[in-house]
Design a protein around this ligand. Structure first.
Ligand code: TXA
Ligand code: MG
Length: 322
């Protein structure tokens, strides 16, 4: 029998306990506005190594460091004018900035997986903010799922995916955005969008000008710049079939927009065709349809605009050869 993880609420007692676990080098799963993260003290080599072990994550895939405010971030990485502009506009919020690591940065070298950059973000979720303030540490946190699996948007998803590999889960309801943060690399001459998210390319370009064309997912270039961008990712147990017009017997259906099909095998990301609502539902519905009575999850087309870019990015990775 596996011991189950402890789940605590985000009242003062829960926050104090989670902060103490982090300060002692333990792992804490906690909610952010994007997805649940699996956090550890970013300055503690052993704690960071424990994240990689719990997720079975490849060591070459670097982690995002979460901090309470921009001043804390500036002690870890070098900001230029573009980075300050982006942080002022979108922090706290779903944007991670890849910036040059400061030579004196206390962040464990394992966090950057050998790169000379570190990704930083200031999350907006009140529970995450309370935890960061109480711990008084930069917190390295990937999504709280096993490497390659669908990201968690509820505390129960974390329990299902990681079980007793995480000692403590700080529960704070469901994640509003439901897709991981936009990853923007500002360490080079041209800004590069490494992972699409709720902060869109248009949002970035309106403030700091042209963003380098994103290298195709799975290409060696993209994989080198952001090693997490492996082709197969976000994958449920069942195969995924994209751009499905109809379903075959035995298939589950994940649909979008007005659709008269109903039944125990059908879930609709947003009957009114709202991409924000669809993003918030995506991972929860993939988790829910991932059941042994189905052969495949068929997915209806999703428009490639606004948040649809990030939704389709995740769906293509979920459908990629494993
Ligand atoms: O919304 C999020 O970002 C969530 C929550 C918990 O904050 N975290 C998350 O972490 O999605 P993770 O580890 O699942 O994804 C981090 C992504 C990976 O694609 C990784 O390769 C990229 O960020 N990344 C991290 N540090 C990087 C760096 N120094 N250079 C390039 N890419 C980096
Ligand atoms: Mg992840």
């Amino acid at each position: 029998m596996q011991a189950s993880p402890q789940i605590v609420g985000d009242g003062p007692g829960g926050i104090a306990r989670a902060a103490a676990v982090l300060r002692h080098g333990g792992l804490v799963a906690f909610p952010t506005e994007t997805v649940y993260g699996l956090g550890a003290d970013a300055t503690d080599d052993r704690a960071v190594a424990a994240i990689f072990a719990a997720k079975e994550r490849p060591r070459f895939n670097p982690l995002i460091v979460h901090v309470a405010d921009i001043a804390t971030a500036e002690a870890l990485v070098g900001f230029d004018a573009r980075a300050r502009t982006m942080a002022a506009a979108f922090w706290p919020g779903p944007l991670s900035l890849v910036l040059p690591r400061r030579p004196e940065s206390p962040v464990s070298l394992l966090v950057g997986a050998g790169l000379d950059t570190v990704a930083v973000r200031v999350p907006a979720h009140p529970t995450a903010r309370k935890l960061l303030l109480a711990a008084g540490l930069p917190v390295a946190a990937p999504s709280a799922n096993r490497s390659g699996a669908v990201s968690p948007t509820t505390a129960q998803h974390v329990v299902d995916g990681l079980g007793d590999r995480v000692a403590l889960i700080l529960a704070g309801g469901r994640c509003d955005i439901g897709l991981e943060s936009t990853v923007l690399d500002l360490s080079g001459i041209a800004p590069a969008l490494l992972r699409p998210g709720a902060v869109t390319r248009d949002d970035v370009e309106a403030l700091i000008g042209p963003v380098a064309e994103e290298t195709a997912p799975g290409s060696t270039d993209a994989a080198r710049r952001s090693p997490g961008r492996l082709e197969s990712h976000y994958a449920p147990g069942l195969p995924i079939r994209l751009e499905a017009a109809a379903t075959a017997p035995g298939e589950a259906l994940l649909t979008f927009g007005p659709d008269l099909r109903v039944g125990p095998h059908v879930m609709n990301l947003s009957p009114r065709g709202d991409l924000t609502e669809a993003a918030a539902n995506l991972f929860a519905m993939l988790h829910a349809l991932d059941r042994p009575e189905f052969t495949t999850i068929a997915v209806s087309p999703i428009p490639e605009s606004g948040l649809g870019v990030a939704i389709n990015d995740r769906l293509r990775r979920a459908a990629a050869p494993r």
